[in-house]
Write a protein that binds this ligand. Structure first.
Ligand SMILES: Cc1cc2nc3c(=O)[nH]c(=O)nc-3n(C[C@H](O)[C@H](O)[C@H](O)COP(=O)(O)OP(=O)(O)OC[C@H]3O[C@@H](n4cnc5c(N)ncnc54)[C@H](O)[C@@H]3O)c2cc1C
Ligand code: SF4
Length: 481
């Protein structure tokens, strides 16, 4: 029976089911799962159970309508992970292209991504008469492992506390391997097959090429090692870019690193530090750590203590050091103008002909006749050759001579306008749509929120340029996503 209500006033005392049964308890754990938003499909008369019912070609009961993804129900199952959805996508693409293809359902594994809780589960681990269980429980070590077997083959696995054997168990499960021969040591994992613990690296080496490494994107070992060799990849970023392995939830990162190790041998050095620039051997992380640890509060002090190779630094390290010091010692460290690029010093963007462009801030993209008149007056007074509306909902005055910049800014400031910081590693624009103030579809005050965000954040430095946008409804006219 379904749950009717949770009982208790100050604290939980029980749960009442719809048939009147009361289960006394002091804690309620809810596992609600997912339910597809299938109202549209239902309204059109398609067959819908928990999800939209599809056949092996992802066809609904209307032969001209297909469904795939979390909303689809295939052979009674709705999937809630991306790997099966990609498999469905492949079958649907082939079907639409006129090729014979059939989706047979997916066996999924999943790893919980919560810091400090290692949990892996795969397959079917419900109890049953025809099933056997192998359980290892070490409460003091916080380890629990349970394998469910049917006809000597693994059909389900739950690992808590120590999950490194997850991919191996999952591979045995998917291939339907007969485990009779290894039954005595099976629960201890791959490293113990053969009697003695293996080097963990050997365990990864022993995985077959078809073993799935990245569950999110369905990438197997062979594809990763193949890409490392054929594309000359040397690190995680390359593997992510070429195979998508480890590029989604990241829980297989350790395995991908082991594959890099195996394939590249000693030439794989994940700890290799990329120096900030040629002035130092230190990387960005080390410099940041040492600024705090050694209490370094000025650029010369950093350079002296960390034995910079150049006397004044360079165009790479000076802006970075200035930013780190501003961030680490707010209020104490005084921003060093000489460590900023010319654009930031003159509040304008240098152009290819040596002139500058000036972009006054327009909060949330809003302006008024007074501001527009002041901009027009400045354009006339300084013979500014081009005026352009920018993609960030502001007005750009182009072709300003460097010597005119102070006077241009004096006039704009007098009209109440400040720089739009179109050059800064900081907040640039907050674009907005007209939202509920004007739009028939607006569900919220997107302009007001955008202006509030912009006024709250402008003038703060960020590691990279920052542009934001706020839309008043899913039509997303402000292109917020
Ligand atoms: C918090 C969270 C964490 C997750 N972590 C993982 C993970 O680590 N690994 C993993 O494999 N999976 C994970 N998942 C599951 C995975 O994200 C989903 O299975 C997957 O995104 C589903 O893809 P989909 O395209 O089928 O549906 P969705 O991504 O839900 O896309 C459906 C789209 O349809 C739109 N829509 C709905 N109704 C209508 C309508 N009537 N008209 C027009 N559009 C409509 C929706 O707005 C939405 O954009 C996670 C899910 C959540 C919620
Ligand atoms: S996003 Fe577009 S449609 Fe939606 S409220 Fe904004 S302007 Fe209107």
């Amino acid at each position: 029976a379904n749950t009717k209500q949770v009982l208790g006033s100050d604290h939980v005392e029980g749960v009442e089911l719809s048939d009147g049964t009361v289960i006394p308890c002091s804690m309620v754990v809810m596992a609600v799962g997912i339910r597809p938003a299938s109202s549209l499909a239902k309204a059109t008369g398609l067959a819908v159970n928990r999800g939209i019912v599809v056949d092996d070609q992802m066809r609904t009961d209307d032969p001209n309508i297909f469904a795939l993804g979390e909303c689809a129900e295939h052979r009674g199952t709705c999937y809630g992970l991306v790997a099966p959805l990609y498999e469905m996508g492949q079958v649907l693409a082939q079907t639409l292209a006129g090729e014979a293809a059939s989706y047979q359902g997916s066996v999924t594994s999943t790893k919980l991504k919560v810091t400090g809780i290692d949990l892996f589960s795969a397959g079917d681990f419900g109890e049953g008469e025809d099933r056997e269980e192998v359980v290892l429980r070490d409460a003091s070590a916080g380890v629990y492992k349970r394998l469910v077997l049917k006809d000597d083959r693994i059909i389900g696995a739950v690992l808590y506390g120590e999950t490194s054997d997850g991919p191996w168990f999952f591979d045995l499960l998917k291939r339907g391997v007969d485990t009779r021969e290894m039954r005595e040591t099976l629960i201890f994992g791959q490293a113990y097959q053969g009697g003695a613990p293996l080097d963990p690296m050997a365990a990864v080496a022993a995985l077959p090429d078809e073993a799935e490494i990245c569950g999110c994107n369905g990438v197997c070992k062979g594809k990763i090692t193949g890409a490392i060799t054929s594309k000359g990849l040397t690190g995680l970023d390359g593997v992510r870019a070429h195979t998508k392995a480890s590029a989604s939830c990241g829980s297989c990162t350790h395995l991908v690193e082991q594959l890099l190790h195996l394939t590249l041998g000693d030439s794989y050095n994940p700890a290799a530090v990329l120096p900030m620039c040629t002035c130092t051997e230190y990387g960005h992380d080390d410099v940041r750590r040492l600024i705090i640890a050694k209490g370094l509060k000025s650029i010369p002090q950093v350079m002296q203590e960390l034995e910079w190779k150049t006397s004044c630094g360079c165009a790479k390290c000076r802006p970075a050091l200035n930013y780190y010091l501003v961030a680490d010692w707010p209020g104490e460290y005084e921003d060093d103008g000489q460590s900023r690029f010319i654009n930031e010093r003159v509040h304008a963007n240098i152009q290819k002909d040596g002139t500058y462009s000036v972009v006054p801030r327009m909060w949330g993209g809003m302006t008024n006749p007074r501001e527009l008149r002041a901009i027009a007056d400045v354009a006339d007074k300084f013979a500014i050759p081009a005026v352009k509306v920018t993609g960030g909902q502001r007005i750009d005055l182009l072709g300003v001579k460097k010597e005119d910049l102070p006077a241009v800014w004096a006039d704009l400031n007098a009209a109440g306008m400040v720089s739009g910081a179109a050059y800064a590693k900081g907040l640039r624009t907050v674009k907005t749509c007209v939202g509920s103030d004007w739009c028939r579809f607006g569900t919220q005050d997107s302009t007001g929120l955008g202006i509030r965000i912009e006024k709250f954040m402008w003038g703060a430095w960020t590691p990279a340029k920052l542009k934001l946008a706020v839309s008043g409804c899913p039509r997303n006219c402000a292109e917020a996503t």
